[in-house]
Design a protein around this ligand. Structure first.
Ligand code: ADP
Ligand code: RBF
Ligand code: MG
Length: 383
């Protein structure tokens, strides 16, 4: 049996997709933090971001109730909601699409795959939020808000109602969700569920999901019987380029020593927004070193699951053999494409083999005009 047939016989094939909005298609986490910070400070309290996981995927009422209780606010949940509502409305125009969200919606729409949006937020807020994103509203045949069903997620009501309005059997629906209540709801509706956790290092909690992916970039629609993405080129996914640079700093001191693969680490200071915006994973592009020239580069961004680091780091391996170190030198990177999510490995040897494979993929892809054009970008030489 071919690999494709084996996969198809193991997973149920679907005909439509039901998407969650906040944290799945939209990067709302930052907005929630900002709003709570402002309102809690009016009560002389300080928002502790570490509690973000507590409100993720809850209905607005439950989330507000949790905050009122945790911070012992001298107001009712209803009062708190009425205080923060205008703060949220002010932020809606600033919410960015998550990486891969536009790509996914366009792809499914172009292939005529019916889509529904099912969010615990009230319908009115959903409509307002998506109005800032071109083509989103018309992508969905069905939009369901938390105020349109008796009980929100984790109850399956919302997903069952979405299936009904799409005229689909629940078993023909694929749910894409970032939160645990959402995954619970999808499974309770007897649907296939792909989880895209929006908080880092949480994937182990999502055991109920049929698959856990790191970001929407990693979704393989063909696994679920949907048309595959057509934008992968020789094992790489072209991206809108991003630019980072700075002096080479000391890393964990194990790139060369433990792996035989040196990585010229960049400080993440000043790039926290950019790093938060981009999923962890293996990327590639061009590297400019002030006094040495421009070279091919492959890098990982993230927590290096094999070593389980505490911080998200930038680890660029320049695909060129240098005779010496270049700590302190200005390094400029243009990241032009994506290869894969970070992974854990059963052995150091298998991690090393995979990184070498990444290097070969990058080496070859960077010859393609699509990527090679960036080699001459003045950013790489302007330090
Ligand atoms: P660290 O833990 O400090 O990052 P590594 O063992 O990863 O140490 O070595 C990285 C250093 O090796 C870089 O900072 C750079 O000075 C040097 N180096 C030499 N060749 C390369 C290369 N091809 N790619 C990246 N860094 C290299
Ligand atoms: N570390 C992991 O734990 N998992 C990975 O999948 C992974 N992929 C990498 C891919 C590339 C191209 C590079 C350069 C590094 C990768 N690493 C990965 C990071 C590696 O663990 C890191 O460079 C060393 O820990 C040095 O700090
Ligand atoms: Mg390093």
């Amino acid at each position: 049996m071919t690999e494709k047939m084996a996969t198809a016989s193991l997973t149920k094939l679907v005909r439509c997709v039901i998407l969650d909005l906040d944290g799945t298609l939209l990067n709302t986490d930052g907005i929630v933090g900002n709003v709570l910070k402002v309102q809690l400070s009016r009560y002389g309290k300080q928002w502790d971001g570490r509690e973000a996981h507590k409100i993720l995927g809850k209905t607005p009422f439950e989330a507000a109730a949790a905050v009122v209780e945790d911070y012992q606010l001298p107001c009712s949940t209803i009062e708190f909601i009425s205080q923060i509502s205008p703060l949220f409305s002010d932020q809606w125009c600033n919410i960015k699409a998550l990486p891969g969200a536009n790509r996914l919606l366009k792809h499914l729409k172009n292939h005529g795959v019916p889509m529904a949006l099912a969010s615990n937020s009230p319908k009115e807020s959903i409509e307002a939020k998506i109005s800032y994103h071109d083509g989103w509203k018309s992508s969905f045949s069905v939009i369901i808000g938390g105020d349109e069903v008796r009980t929100g997620k984790p109850s399956p009501d919302m997903f069952l109602e979405a299936a009904k309005r799409l005229s689909m059997e629940p078993s023909s629906c694929l749910v894409i969700e970032d939160s645990l209540p959402g995954v619970t709801a999808g499974k309770a509706a007897e649907m296939q569920v792909v989880a895209v956790p929006s908080l880092p290092k949480q994937s182990h909690l999502y055991t109920a999901a049929d698959e856990v992916i790191n970001s929407l970039l990693d979704l393989r629609p063909e696994k679920w019987g949907l048309p595959p993405f057509e934008d992968w080129v020789d094992g790489t996914l072209p991206l809108d380029p991003w630019y980072i640079g700075g002096p080479v700093i000391k890393g964990f001191g194990r790139g060369s020593k433990v792996l035989g693969i040196p990585t010229a680490n960049l400080s993440t200071k000043g790039y926290s927004d950019l790093l938060a915006e981009h999923p962890s994973g293996v990327y590639f592009g061009w590297a400019g070193l002030s006094s040495r020239g421009v070279f091919k580069m492959v890098m990982s961004i993230g927590w290096n699951p094999y070593f389980d680091n505490k911080e998200k780091t930038i680890e660029p391996w320049i695909l060129y053999k240098f005779d010496e170190d270049f700590y302190g030198e200005e390094l400029r990177l243009i990241i032009v494409g994506y290869i894969r999510p970070e992974a854990n490995f059963p052995s150091l040897e298998s991690l090393i083999a995979k990184i070498h494979e990444d290097g070969e993929i990058a080496e070859k892809a960077l010859e393609l005009p699509l990527y090679s054009s960036y080699k001459n970008d003045p950013y790489l030489r302007s330090s």
